[in-house]
Design a protein around this ligand. Structure first.
Ligand SMILES: [Ca+2]
Ligand SMILES: [Ca+2]
Length: 147
């Protein structure tokens, strides 16, 4: 595998209007919105903690989920992005220290086990370490980008 640049940009959940309100909480406040982004794609934005801002955004293509963006610490910035192919999670980009910059990308096998973890420990937007795992979760190979 090549050491690739992290093309992923952590987006803000609060960018623009979340779309048309499609659900309200019991107190009447909107907690779900739908926004069409192309003839075949739409986004469903969900406020799961009741702060009035979406923290989960699901993108659908031809009515199948292709991407889920999650703001786990509810600060308005996405910190976990999950990508799906045919309904199966294939890739996950994570900002686990919640500073707005991703540091790991996990690639999954169709059975859900982790196949590859790409790491950008210095959070400079480029992969420095690539780790390969077998189906039992054992690290089988580790490549470090030459300095
Ligand atoms: Ca966040
Ligand atoms: Ca980070």
């Amino acid at each position: 595998m090549l050491f690739t640049v992290l093309v992923f940009a952590l987006a803000s959940c609060s960018r623009g209007a979340p779309g048309r309100v499609t659900h309200r909480a019991s107190d009447g406040r909107p907690d779900q919105w739908v926004r069409r982004i192309s003839p075949t794609e739409y986004q469903l934005a969900i406020d799961t903690n009741g702060d009035g801002r979406p923290d989960v955004i699901k993108t659908f293509r031809n009515d199948a989920v292709v991407e889920v963006e999650i703001d786990r610490d509810f600060n308005g910035a996405v910190d976990l992005v999950q990508q799906y192919v045919n309904g199966v999670l294939v890739r996950e980009t994570r900002d686990d220290n919640f500073d707005g910059k991703a540091e790991t990308v996990r690639h999954f096998r169709p059975d859900g086990t982790v196949a590859i973890i790409e790491r950008d420990p210095s959070e400079r937007g480029a992969i420095d370490v690539v780790e390969y795992y077998d189906k039992s979760g054992r690290l089988t190979r580790r490549e470090v980008r030459p300095k």
